[in-house]
Write a protein that binds this ligand. Structure first.
Ligand code: ATP
Ligand code: K
Ligand code: MG
Length: 659
């Protein structure tokens, strides 16, 4: 499988693949290096990515964006209240307490869960990659925000699986960029004492910062923090709201009452914002925004900075948290690497530089660093590819404890993975058990998490525990793991028993050794493995059965989309053929068809054309093909005569040249 890395951005998604001994960014069907992250639902098919963006304005109610913001989130989570205002399609609570979009699709009302929506989008990204690379795309390394909870990570992995992909690793976005930095800038990195680098990513919806210790071949994330509600879209809203107010007085219209008008204003605000990154003043114009009124105005950079002042004043908070976690201060930072589209805003750059008390560095490609890192990480997991060895450990943002029913132990729980630890990480614990038992992983401090997160992550049943005869309990060893994707797992479980084993007696230190003496053994009691236990995990991931159902559903939607696209292609081909034949009949083919043939074909062309604009406007793929072939059966005969004559002329010319 071609190593495949995806930076699923809230605004746009960037794809990278490892190939030709390097990492390439994969362009989409219109040759863009990033693809809008949204899905439009139509009366006959879905519009995913670029096509969805193109018809967004005219299909707001059936367009779903901000996909990663609702993935794995509960409808009742306080964060959803904040989030909801960014959506133009109605969102509802589904039977699992999650979020679904309720849209009109194929002529009827339909609901899709946030996981299905992400899966649809990822499947499109897979298709883009397949078409561009012709490679086998099965393994994916997908990056997610650092604040994603276990449940959201599980949902991300489920979305990949529904899209027919194997998520070899879910990785934090900024960590992926940092890995890219560590790998591709290896030449400039120290061998011994690591360089301390702050990575800051400000995108469309969130701000994330990680402090890393990087040296040649190795990287540790020492601290990570975030502002979950801080990004380019907040700037767009600040600008749009300003103009919405202005237009009430100036044009006597309230664009907030008209979703389409407000959306168009938002799009114009984003454009304006980008212009203000390079200029100190910029105009805004929207034609016929509502009630046939054209609006225009302008904004200065200073105005924008004033509107976003409350945001700018929050930037220092996550940075200070990350520094604190890393037990470092400003002056310890050797370099500040900045990524994400929103960091093009001059006021933000100035703010970051002021907070760190240092110049910023733009070594990484702002837009592509994360996906490149992902592709490299995916390649690391490939059994067939050899990549430069690179070790990286990430920062565990949430403390997690494991709980069990107390039997012979003193405690009924243990904080196994505290916040601030590194992962992947493994810990072995021993419990004394009378029989089968349950273990539960819970977040220790819910204050560390986005508000509303449930405390239980996973429940396990451990089966097959049988104490030895005459004993009331048996020691059970559990291998607990915060795995490379950040999941909290029980990797293995087995009972142990004491056995007498022979052990070589090692000479004591300083003792003289008689080289010829027989080796000496003694019998010691040792704990050895007895039975492997069965672990049944109940995670927040979909059950195999429901995942398979959703996969089937997604596959059938893909087939329908494909049929619609093929039908459209056939229709276009027929239309083009009509024009082509008609033109040639008057030109190249003029002398190769009898008058009778000409009038017959002309007549057919006219009839087919009429059909195309009437009964055949919305016909089937088979019909379009049949009509095409009907025309071609005559057209090809004439074409054959024409080509034969051309060939004859060519031969004659050649003979003349040779003579
Ligand atoms: P997220 O990281 O939140 O999931 P994303 O990865 O899609 O979102 P990016 O691609 O990093 O986000 O950045 C997109 C944001 O950057 C958009 O809000 C866009 O308007 C903004 N942006 C892009 N170019 C500029 C510019 N020149 N000036 C100001 N903002 C810009
Ligand atoms: K992006
Ligand atoms: Mg991003």
């Amino acid at each position: 499988s071609t190593p495949f890395g995806v930076d699923l951005g809230n605004n746009n998604t960037v794809i990278a693949c490892a190939r030709n001994r390097g990492i390439d960014i994969i362009v989409n069907e219109v040759s863009n290096r990033s693809t809008p992250s949204l899905i439009g639902f139509g009366s006959r098919n879905r519009f995913i990515g670029e096509t969805g963006k193109n018809q967004q304005t005219s299909n707001l109610k059936n367009t779903v964006d901000n996909l990663k913001r609702i993935l794995g989130l509960n409808f009742k989570d306080p964060d959803f209240e904040i989030e909801q205002k960014y959506f133009s399609a109605p969102l509802i609570e589904n039977k699992d307490g999650g979020i679904s979009a309720k849209i009109r699709f194929l002529g009827e009302e339909q609901e899709f869960t946030s996981t299905q929506l992400a899966a649809m989008y990822i499947n499109k990204i897979k298709d883009i990659t397949y078409k561009e690379t012709k490679g086998n795309i099965t393994d994916i390394c997908l990056s997610v925000p650092v604040w994603y909870t276990e449940k959201q990570r599980r949902a991300a992995a489920d979305a990949c699986r529904i899209a027919g992909l194997n998520p070899v690793r879910i990785v934090n976005e900024v960590t992926a960029a940092a890995v890219g930095y560590g790998v591709f800038k290896a030449g400039d990195l120290p061998e011994e004492k690591p360089k301390t680098v702050a990575f800051v990513d400000i995108g469309h919806s969130s701000l994330q910062v990680s402090i890393a210790a990087v040296k040649k071949g190795e990287l540790k994330i020492l601290g990570s923090a975030y502002d979950k509600h801080f990004g380019g879209r907040d700037f767009d809203y600040a600008i749009a709201n300003h103009f919405a107010d202005e237009f009430i007085g100036k044009y006597k219209i309230n664009v907030r009452e008209n979703p389409k008008a407000f959306y168009r204003l938002l799009a114009a605000a984003e454009k304006l914002k980008k212009v203000l990154s390079a200029n100190t003043q910029a105009p805004i114009n929207v034609e016929s925004i509502m009630n046939d009124i054209d609006v225009s105005s302008s904004l200065t950079r200073a105005d924008l900075e004033e509107f976003v002042q409350p945001l700018l004043e929050r930037v220092h908070i996550p940075i200070e948290t990350a520094l604190k976690d890393a037990a470092l201060s400003n002056s310890d930072i050797d370099s500040i690497e900045v990524i994400g589209g929103c960091t093009r805003v001059p006021a933000l750059k100035a703010k970051l530089s002021e907070i760190f008390g240092k110049q910023l560095s733009f070594t990484l490609n702002q837009d592509e660093a994360i996906s490149r890192g992902n592709a490299f990480i995916c390649a690391m997991h490939s059994p067939t590819l050899r990549v430069r060895p690179f070790k990286f450990e990430d920062f565990n943002p949430y403390s997690v404890s494991y709980f069990w029913d107390k039997e012979e132990e003193d405690e009924d729980h243990l904080e196994v993975f505290p916040r601030g630890g590194l992962f992947p990480s493994t810990k072995i614990i021993t419990l004394y058990r009378k029989g089968d038992f349950e273990v539960e992983a819970k977040y220790t401090n819910r204050e560390e998490l986005p508000k509303g997160t449930e405390s239980t992550l996973v429940k396990w049943v451990i089966k097959g525990v049988v104490p030895n005869e005459g004993e009331s309990s048996i020691p059970v060893k559990l291998k607990l793991r915060n795995d490379p994707s950040g999941f909290y797992t029980i990797e293995s479980a087995h009972t142990v028993e004491e056995k007498l084993v022979k052990e070589l007696v090692e000479p004591k230190e300083g003792e003289e050794v008689d080289e010829d003496a027989e080796p000496e053994y003694r019998e010691v009691k040792k704990l050895v493995k007895k039975d492997d236990l069965t672990i049944i995990a109940q995670t927040s991931a979909l059950t195999d059965e429901s995942r398979e159902k959703l996969t089937e559903k997604e596959n059938s939607l893909v087939m329908e989309d494909k049929l619609v696209a093929d039908t459209e292609d056939r229709k276009n081909a027929l239309e083009e053929y009509i024009y082509e034949l008609r033109g040639k009949l008057d030109e190249q083919y003029k002398d190769f068809a009898s008058d009778e043939e000409k009038s017959k074909l002309s007549d057919m062309l006219m009839k087919t054309e009429d059909w195309l604009y009437e009964d055949g406007f919305d016909s089937t793929k088979a019909k379009y093909i049949a009509k095409y072939e009907e025309l071609a059966s005559i057209g090809n005969i004439i074409r054959g005569r024409y080509l034969a004559k051309e060939e004859e002329k060519k031969q004659a010319l050649r003979q003349k040249q040779e003579a």
